[in-house]
Design a protein around this ligand. Structure first.
Ligand SMILES: Nc1ncnc2c1ncn2[C@@H]1O[C@H](COP(=O)(O)OP(=O)(O)O)[C@@H](O)[C@H]1O
Ligand SMILES: [Mg+2]
Length: 259
């Protein structure tokens, strides 16, 4: 099974940015093949990675249920076999990595089936990759629905505020409450101003028993790239936020380089 790294946290904290940098890091360090999974219904990991999305799991779910209803599933295969075939078509090939997008199911807003499909897809595909990176949705729905079997390393991303740390601590609580198989959990505080972490924030981190992986500075370049619609993975190598993120990855991933 692939070494699975998940990025979790509240909306807007920088999960997708960090997940995108992580995919790029793994590819550049030849820790391939990598499967990038966008598990957020508001998919945008592809933009950070500079890729077009052709098919999402949400669309597959829609197609299969309509065909099933109309009795139009291919006669020579079971529904499960048909879904499996479709799953393979949903894997988008990038340079050194593949991307799987959950997307938003059409119609009545139940994510259960798409979540189930996502779990099935990641379980099935996991053996084909050395590393899997999951960009989680904000609401932790995937965690609570056990989308993934095991997570080797999880980064909880927080904004730089006391309330941000409170929200990150909720990720830790959820993992414990639900007995999720998350081997290692670390906090990344993102968009940190030049003055650094305040004593209040440091105290909150300690108080919750969170382990700080590192901090990432507030960086105008990231903002600029995002606003111009440019893929973040094309950002100059000397961008402070990118350097900070890479140094975090170095300290946590060098040991599993040959996984
Ligand atoms: N270190 C940073 N400095 C400046 N802007 C950032 C930084 N990290 C993320 N951003 C910006 O913050 C916004 C939210 O980031 P995103 O990765 O989409 O968050 P999430 O996936 O958690 O919702 C984006 O516009 C992104 O460009
Ligand atoms: Mg996101």
């Amino acid at each position: 099974m692939a070494y699975t790294i998940a990025v979790a946290g509240k909306g807007g904290t920088g999960k997708t940015t960090i997940a995108g940098f992580l995919v790029d890091y793994l590819v550049k360090n030849k820790m391939t093949p990598v499967l990038a999974v966008d598990a957020d219904p508001n998919a945008n990991l592809n933009q950070v990675l500079g890729m077009e999305v052709e098919t999402t799991l949400g669309e597959i779910r829609e197609e299969v249920s309509i065909k099933n209803r109309d009795g139009k599933l291919p006669g020579n295969m079971t529904k499960a076999e048909y879904i499996n075939l479709k799953l393979q078509q949903a894997v988008i090939e990038g340079r050194g990595f593949d991307l799987l997008v959950m997307g938003r199911p059409e119609g009545v807003g139940c994510y259960c089936f798409a979540n189930g499909l996502l779990k099935e897809a990641t379980d099935r595909l996991s053996d084909n990759y050395r590393f899997m990176v999951i960009d989680n949705e904000a609401g932790l729905e995937h965690l609570s629905r056990r989308t993934t079997k095991k997570v080797d390393l999880m980064f909880a991303v927080s904004e730089c505020s006391k309330r941000g740390i409170d929200a990150a601590a909720r990720v830790k609580e959820l993992i414990e409450e639900l007995h999720l198989d998350v081997k290692n959990l670390y906090l990344i505080v993102n968009r940190v101003p030049e003055s650094g972490l305040t004593d209040e924030i440091k105290k909150a981190i300690d108080g919750y028993g969170l382990e700080l992986a590192g901090t990432v500075p507030l960086d105008g370049k990231i903002f600029d790239y995002d606003n111009l619609g440019l893929p973040l993975v094309k950002i100059p190598e000397d961008t402070p936020a990118l350097k900070a993120v890479r140094s975090i990855f170095d300290s946590f991933l060098t040991a599993v380089k040959d996984y």
